[in-house]
Each structure stands twice: as structure tokens, then as C-alpha cells.
Design a protein around this ligand. Structure first.
Ligand code: FE2
Ligand code: FE2
Length: 350
């Protein structure tokens, strides 16, 4: 039965090979519609892979200095390229074939493989490339949807808090700008600390809800101009527990509930409501605590002026340093310039 030429217009096959192998491969593949782009060395191949994103790679085992195996090794140990299907075209030695498989080549052929078999096996690799591409497109599509949803949720959260603020159900500290800055600062700290992207986004999303429990505190206490009595302060402290209960009833994520309940705990154990210490406090709450205090210090309130960011940094990281997780403090120091930029964007203050 005659083999039908395979029209592969959307496929792009890169071949790293020396003259003789390149010529042979072209002679058995080109008449069947496979277009090969031939490169002659390691660097040129990498460059081509980065810019042209080929579907399949054929590597010759006859390159000088084992450059073929070196390229295979490089690709299979780099996350950006390890999904690119590779056919290794060996020098025929069993040792080299074994080595190529061990490194991770999807298939190995040689001059002893029949032409028909080379083409058939190449088709399998192209199919694999198609599946992998489809999976990665789907993954990207899902990521975009999740990002979109997260953005919507953040907007809903901020709108809810702004509505509460308008209804005077929150103190004058809980402005929409404060929420947005605490979200941005917290995400920035989480990122600097190397938390994974999903966690960073959760923290960004839920940080604005840290004081949502204040809706459960009596108006007189919340809006009192003078110093709170001990009883009033005890009532105020309850906003952490109210917030937790509210978010639990709303079936909110653990990250949201932890932030509400523990954002006033202090690293040295002097916080509330449970006097937790160090690692007993969930990381997300330790992060939001720093963001919250930095913002409180750098904004003007009814009873105090705004401090310059450098002074706020000194207070948060040194003077009151004991209260905060040292790794979060270090993250603040590392990202200080970004904090200042966030601050200037939303307050317009220097
Ligand atoms: Fe609070
Ligand atoms: Fe706050």
C-alpha cells in the first residue's frame, strides 16, 4: 500500500544535525510534506526553540562533542522546554540509544530504522505535540478565567466595604483606600516571601476583609472620639471574632477567616484575641498585620498626622519590631520602594 504524504502545514520540525544526517532526514521527510528547519549547533537550536516554538525536535547523535545529547539533556531539565517531543536520531550504538532514552527522548531512531517507520514515529510525536499544546492552551484559558474571577471578587469585596463605610458601619480608619493599600502591600509581602501565586492572590483578595467584624461593634464604641475604657476596648477586640464568625457563616476561604481572626495577634505573644505567638499565628495574618500597621502609620487619621514612609519603616521593623514576624519585616525592607510607590498611587502623598 502506498504511503500518503502527510500535510503538516501547522507543524514545525526543528532538526539539529550535521550535514550528512540533515541531508538524509530531508530526503526521507520533505517529499512527504514535513518541512525541516535545520540548525547546526546547540546555541542556534536554543535560539530557534525560544523564538519559533517548533512542534517536534529531531536531534542527531552524530554531532561533534556529543552536542546532540547535550541539547537533549538541556531541554529535558528545563521546565520551559521539557514538553517538546524529541526524536533522537542515534549513531546506531546501543549505548547512545540507551543514554538518549534515559535523558528523556520520546523516541530513538537510527539509519537501521526503515524510512516508513521513521515517518510513522514522527507522526506519533507530532500528535503528542498537538495534545500537549491543547492541554497547555486549556491551562492558560483556565488561569485567565481564575484571574478574571479573582479580580471580580476583589471588586465586590471593596464595594462591600465601601458600602459599609458609607453606611457609617465602620470607623473612619476603614476607608476603601486603606483596604486597597492593605491588599496591595500584603500581596507584595507574600510575593517577596516566595509564596505561590494562588496564595498571593488569596491574600490580596481577602486582606481587605480584615476588619469586616467591626460591623458587630457598637456604634458608640466604634465612633468614640476619646480613649476607650477597658470594657470598650474589650468590645472592640471582639471585631476579630465577629469577623471570623461572619466569614465562617459566609463559607469564606480559610485564608479570609484566618486574616480576620488573627490580624491583631503579635509575634511576641502580646496581641489579641488569643495571645498567640510566632508560628501559632497563621502566616497570612502575620503578613496582613505588617501591611495594616504600615498603612495606619503612613495615613492621616482623625487623631494623628501621617508619618513619612521611612519613619513608618523604622517603627514597624525596629521600634515595634518584636511584634512582627522577622521574615515579614525583612520582606517589607526588601520591597520598601514598592510600598512607597503603592502609597503614592493611592494617597498622592510624598
Ligand atoms: Fe482590626
Ligand atoms: Fe485595618
Amino acid at each position: 500500500m502506498k504511503e500518503i504524504p502527510h500535510i503538516v502545514s501547522t507543524f514545525h520540525i526543528l532538526t539539529l544535525a550535521e550535514e550528512a544526517t540533515a541531508r538524509y532526514l530531508s530526503s526521507i521527510l520533505s517529499p512527504f510534506g514535513y518541512h525541516l528547519h535545520i540548525t547546526k549547533d546547540f546555541q542556534e537550536s536554543i535560539q530557534h526553540i525560544m523564538t519559533e516554538q517548533p512542534s517536534v525536535l529531531i536531534i542527531s547523535g552524530q554531532m561533534q562533542d556529543d552536542e546532540g545529547l547535550a541539547l537533549l539533556q538541556y531541554l529535558k531539565t528545563h521546565r520551559d522546554y521539557d514538553e517538546l517531543p524529541v526524536m533522537f536520531f542515534s549513531d546506531g550504538s546501543e549505548e547512545q540509544e540507551l543514554r538518549a532514552f534515559q535523558i528523556g527522548a520520546e523516541d530513538v531512531c537510527s539509519l537501521t530504522t526503515s524510512e516508513v517507520a521513521v515517518r510513522a514515529r514522527l507522526r506519533v510525536l507530532l500528535r503528542i505535540a498537538g495534545y500537549r499544546r491543547r492541554i497547555s492552551n486549556e491551562k492558560r484559558r483556565l488561569e485567565i478565567t481564575v484571574e478574571q474571577r479573582t479580580k471580580e471578587l476583589l471588586e465586590i469585596t471593596v464595594a462591600t466595604v465601601a458600602a459599609l463605610e458609607k453606611a457609617s458601619e465602620l470607623s473612619d480608619e476603614e476607608t476603601g483606600d486603606h483596604m486597597m493599600r492593605v491588599a496591595a502591600y500584603s500581596a507584595c509581602l507574600a510575593e517577596e516571601m516566595g509564596l505561590d501565586r494562588a496564595m498571593v492572590e488569596k491574600i490580596r483578595l481577602y486582606a481587605p476583609l480584615h476588619d469586616v467584624g467591626k460591623v458587630g461593634v457598637r456604634h458608640e464604641v466604634l465612633k468614640k472620639a476619646g480613649v476607650l475604657t477597658n470594657e470598650e476596648f474589650d468590645e472592640m477586640k471582639q471585631h476579630t471574632v465577629f469577623g471570623y464568625d461572619l466569614l465562617t457563616a459566609a463559607k469564606a476561604d480559610d485564608v479570609a477567616r484566618n486574616i480576620a481572626l488573627y490580624h491583631h495577634e503579635r509575634y511576641d505573644g502580646s496581641g489579641y484575641p488569643y495571645n498567640l505567638k510566632k508560628d501559632e499565628i497563621p502566616l497570612e495574618a502575620r503578613i496582613v498585620a505588617v501591611a495594616d500597621v504600615f498603612d495606619a502609620l503612613t495615613t492621616k487619621r482623625r487623631y494623628k498626622e501621617a508619618l513619612p514612609p521611612k519613619d513608618a519603616l523604622q517603627i514597624t521593623c525596629v521600634e515595634l519590631g518584636e511584634r512582627f514576624d522577622p521574615t515579614v519585616r525583612q520582606a517589607l525592607i526588601n520591597r520598601f520602594d514598592q510600598f512607597v510607590a503603592i502609597m503614592q498611587q493611592t494617597t498622592g502623598e510624598e
